[in-house]
Design a protein around this ligand. Structure first.
Ligand code: GLN
Length: 250
């Protein structure tokens, strides 16, 4: 199952500092993950990064293994950002391998990733997806469970819901409709004063976080041998000030 990470800090750091350089970076997790649960051995079906910058959010996604994209590995050392989400993908059986299916998804000011699977998809999400307007369904970037979850989260954010509440609501309703789903969601968005807010859930998948003077990093697997804090299953973490996380039960 895919791996992802999010970082929010007081000042920009290179994408490489979290994505490609640490001893157990996301790059390493793409070919040698340590804690895959629920199947899959490598995360070779694409990757992506979405990052904030002075010119707004940007993203780079590709349906190839991260380790084969030398241009990205180089760019990651040159791009600095105070807030980003990155993901490597192991496509769920039956779902396409394409750029549009790679997390993170992004719109004008938000970045979203899903690590896991919705059980019984697509039938199990029929009722929940019915709340989406047809245009949102017709413009999904890919016919995948993750793309539908992203549309459901966006709808709640567009309605003015707090980011943590929006993510928690989608997780809770999806679990009710599709029990046993693996729902590690990650959302980067702007808070009330425009500051970046990072929300992540642990539902049947690994997740840990660490804080240092460069900010808060949340990742599927610890990137190094520092004392990362594991997030208990069925919990949500949110960082609103880039210096600490709040953990709540879902
Ligand atoms: N189900 C999602 C997809 O296929 C996420 C896959 C995963 O976490 N392994 O894109």
């Amino acid at each position: 199952m895919c791996r992802h990470l999010g970082h929010v800090g007081p000042r920009p750091v290179t994408l490489a500092s979290r994505v490609t350089e640490p001893e157990h970076s996301l790059l390493v997790q793409s070919y040698a993950p340590a804690d895959m649960r629920g199947g899959g051995t490598v995360n070779a079906d694409g990757f992506g990064v979405g990052w904030y910058s002075d010119t707004g959010p940007h993203s780079y996604r590709s349906p190839v293994p991260m380790w084969t994209d030398g241009s990205f590995l180089d760019l990651a050392t040159a791009i600095s950002s105070p807030a980003f989400v990155a993901a490597v993908r192991s496509a769920t059986v039956g779902m396409p391998v394409s750029t549009g299916a790679c997390a993170p998804f992004r719109d004008a000011d938000r970045v979203f990733s899903h690590n896991g699977v919705v059980r019984g998809w697509p039938g199990s999400l029929r009722d929940l997806a019915a709340e989406l307007d047809p245009e949102a369904l017709m413009t999904l970037e890919a016919p995948t469970d993750s793309a539908v979850l992203w549309a459901l989260v966006r709808r709640r954010l567009d309605a003015g819901k707090d980011p943590a509440d929006a993510v928690a609501d989608v997780v809770t309703r999806t679990l009710a409709a599709a029990p046993g789903s693996r729902l590690n969601l990650m959302l980067l968005t702007g808070g009330p004063a425009g500051e970046p807010v990072l929300v992540a859930t642990a539902v049947h998948h690994a997740l840990s976080w660490v804080v240092d003077d460069e900010g808060v990093t949340v990742a599927s697997e610890p990137l190094d041998d520092r004392p990362w804090t594991p997030v208990a299953d069925h919990h949500l973490v949110v960082t609103r000030d880039a210096a600490a996380v709040e953990v709540t039960a879902l």
